[in-house]
Design a protein around this ligand. Structure first.
Ligand code: FAD
Length: 381
C-alpha cells in the first residue's frame, strides 16, 4: 500500500507520522512543508475557552483531541528527540467592565453546565497569578485545562519524526489527482505534480486552505480565512511577561496573548476573508497591538520579532473534514480544521490512521466526514 499525502502542515504531517509508525510506505508532497497556517498559529489547545453555544458536537471532538495531548506530546518528543513546548499553566479569560463580567459569568455557566472547568477570579486574584496585567482588569475566569504548545516546534518535531520513520518528502506542488475508472468505480491511481506522476493506492488531501484547489470545491468545500499574529519578545534584561494564555475581548474585538519560551509572546488573531492574500494589514496589526497593550501594558516595552498572517482552512460548518471523499475510492480528506487545527492534531492522526488502515474509527470523529456535505447537496438536488 502506497499512501500519498498532499500537504505537509500539521494535518498531513501527523497522518504521515502515524502511518510511518506502522511501517507503511508514505510520501508527503508539499513545496514547503510546515509553512502554512500551522506555523502561524497561536498554539492554544483550548476547547473550554473556545466552547460556544450551539457547537456541542464539535466540542466533543475538541475535548477528545485535548484528552490525547499529554500522551501525544510525550510520544512525539521521544520519537523526534525534540521538545515541543507543551505548556499546562492554563488560560485566563479576562473582563474589563461590568458587561464583560456578565458575559464571562454567562460563558462560565455554559462551560460548567457541560462539565468543563472554569473558576471565577477577582481582579486582585488575577494579578496574583499575572502581576503584569493591567490594573483595569476587573475579573476573569481561570481555565486550568486549556493548555498551549509551540506549534512551530511541533511542526519541526513532526517532520523530524516522519523522516526517522522513513516518510518520503517530495518538495513539489501537487496539481491534480489521477483516477482509473472501471465500470462505475473511480479509484485513485496517482498524484501529478509540476514535475512528475507519483503512483498511489490511497491519497490524502491535507493542503489546508488550498485543499479545494486540488480536488474542486464540489468534492471538498474549504475556504481560506486569513488570521494575523504578532510575535514579541522582551528586550535584553527585561523580566516582565506572562505565564498563562491570556484572552478576552477589548471593545468587542477578541485578542489573545500566548506565552512561549524565553518570555516571547504570540499576540493574535484577526479574521478576514480576503482570498489567498497573506499580506498582513496595517489595520489588523494596529488593532491587535492596541488591544493587547490594553490588557498587558508592558507590551510597549517589548521588541517586535515578527508580523505574520496565515490562512485557516474553513469548512461550511467550521468543523474539520476527516475521512473518505464521496465517489472516489482511495481518496481521503484531512482538512477544514479552521481555528482548531493545532488542538486537533492528535485526533487527526488517530482518525486518519484508522481510515487508511481499516481500523476502527473513533466514535467522536464519525460525524466529521466530508460526505456530510456531498450527501446534503445530493439530497437537496
Ligand atoms: C492566525 C492563526 C491562529 C491560529 N491559532 C490557532 C490556535 O491557537 N490553536 C489551534 O488549534 N489552531 C489555530 N489555528 C488554526 C490552525 O493553524 C490550522 O487549523 C491548522 O494549522 C491547519 O493545518 P493544515 O495542515 O490543515 O494546513 P496548513 O498548515 O496551512 O498546511 C497546508 C500545507 O499544504 C501545502 N500545500 C498547499 N497547496 C499545495 C499543493 N497544491 N500541493 C502540495 N502542498 C500544498 C502548503 O504548503 C502547506 O504546507 C490558527 C490559525 C491561524 C491562521
Amino acid at each position: 500500500m502506497k499512501v500519498v499525502i498532499v500537504g505537509g502542515g500539521l494535518a498531513g504531517l501527523v497522518t504521515a507520522w502515524r502511518l510511518g509508525q506502522t511501517g507503511c510506505d508514505v510520501t508527503v508532497i508539499d513545496p514547503a512543508p510546515g509553512t502554512g497556517a500551522s506555523s502561524v498559529a497561536g498554539g492554544m489547545l483550548a476547547p473550554v475557552s473556545e466552547a460556544w453555544f450551539g457547537e456541542e458536537d464539535r466540542l466533543a471532538l475538541d475535548l477528545a483531541s485535548h484528552s490525547l495531548w499529554r500522551q501525544f506530546a510525550n510520544e512525539l518528543e521521544a520519537d523526534s528527540g525534540l521538545e515541543i513546548g507543551f505548556k499546562t499553566e492554563g488560560t485566563i479569560q479576562f473582563a474589563f467592565n461590568q458587561d464583560d463580567l456578565r458575559d464571562l459569568a454567562r460563558t462560565r455557566e455554559f462551560q460548567l453546565s457541560l462539565g468543563l472547568d472554569a473558576v471565577e477570579l477577582s481582579g486582585a486574584e488575577v494579578r496574583v497569578l499575572e502581576p503584569f496585567l493591567s490594573p483595569n482588569v476587573l475579573g476573569a475566569s481561570l481555565v486550568k485545562s486549556d493548555h498551549s504548545v509551540d506549534n512551530r516546534a511541533l511542526v519541526i518535531a513532526l517532520i523530524t519524526a516522519c523522516e526517522a520513520r522513513g516518510v518520503e518528502f517530495i518538495r513539489e506542488k501537487a496539481i491534480s489527482i489521477e483516477f482509473e475508472t472501471i465500470s462505475d468505480d473511480s479509484n485513485v491511481r496517482a498524484v501529478t505534480t509540476e514535475m512528475q506522476l507519483i503512483p498511489a493506492s490511497q491519497v490524502v488531501i491535507a493542503a489546508g486552505a488550498w485543499s479545494s484547489q486540488i480536488v474542486g470545491a464540489e468534492s471538498l468545500d474549504v475556504r481560506p480565512i486569513m488570521g494575523e499574529v504578532i510575535r514579541v519578545a522582551p528586550r535584553s534584561g527585561a523580566a516582565a511577561t506572562i505565564t498563562h494564555t491570556i484572552r478576552g475581548t477589548v471593545r468587542g474585538f477578541p485578542v489573545y496573548l500566548v506565552p512561549r519560551a524565553k518570555g516571547e509572546i504570540v499576540i493574535g488573531a484577526t479574521q478576514l476573508e480576503t482570498g489567498f492574500d497573506i499580506q498582513p494589514t496595517a489595520g489588523g496589526i494596529f488593532q491587535l497591538l492596541r488591544d493587547a497593550r490594553e490588557v498587558f501594558p508592558y507590551l510597549s516595552e517589548m521588541r517586535i520579532v515578527e508580523i505574520m498572517a496565515g490562512l485557516r482552512p474553513g469548512s461550511p460548518d467550521n468543523a474539520p473534514l476527516l475521512g473518505p471523499i464521496a465517489n472516489h475510492g482511495g481518496l481521503y480528506a484531512a482538512t477544514g480544521h479552521y481555528r482548531n487545527g493545532v488542538l486537533l492534531t492528535p485526533a487527526t492522526g488517530d482518525v486518519m490512521l484508522a481510515y487508511l488502515t481499516g481500523g476502527t474509527v473513533p466514535e467522536y470523529a464519525r460525524a466529521f466526514t466530508p460526505e456530510r456535505f456531498t450527501s446534503l447537496s445530493g439530497a437537496r438536488g
